[in-house]
Write a protein that binds this ligand. Sequence first.
Ligand code: 13P
Length: 255
Amino acid sequence: MRKPFIAGNWKMNKTVSEAESLVTDIIERLSDVEGVEIGVCPPAIDLVSVREIIKNKGIKLGAQNMHWEEKGAYTGEISGPMLKELGVDYVIIGHSERRQYFGETDQSVNRKVKAVFDYGLKPIICVGETLKERKDGKTEAKVSSQIKAALAGLKPEQVVEVVVAYEPIWAIGTGESATAGQANEVIKGIREIIEKNFPGDAQKVRIQYGGSVKPHNVEEFMVESDIDGALVGGASLEADSFAELIIKTASIYQG
Ligand code: 13P
């Protein structure tokens, strides 16, 4: 069985001192939760102090972005070796906000995904359609082209380590989540595309749902057959709501 993975994407929120107090509060609330992988993805500037606090607490550390080059003249960027030395586990790649506001393309996403593996990290690859694409019946086409491009050239042993986050853009930060059925259907489609391109591996790949996941709706998503966790924005910024999401997920998986 795939282990569910709930990760908090803090986006551009929390100063160092705020991050320290949030993650301390999260740890306090989750000390006896089992069966769920938990991750926090703070802004890059918070990674060092968050890493110190979560050491040996069973919480994974994620970055929100990474450049594909090892080093060099790329002002403002952060490289794989920098993240690796810090003890980062995961890197979110191709979030829709990075595609929308910072010009990331399927090609840059693919370069970044390969670099993430080159430096011994694991990617959380984000895909998802706009509202217009959904209304035009283009969800499947959009998401499959994103996923094919992101995974192009990977080795099968890398593909099974990938985490995919299906995040319909219209559901992010809007309070309007996809229905669990809608999300599961698209996620099943993603698994089929992976299976076609990497036969035998798709059942091992974890695919999260993201987009207005809250304590009141998390269970609807987590009971679905193909949804293996969540990438959480707003509700990960408060310890109470983030912990509640995880506790509810754990109880579902423990039956
Ligand atoms: P919200 O949970 O705030 O909708 O954000 C989802 C998201 O973008 C996580 O990466």
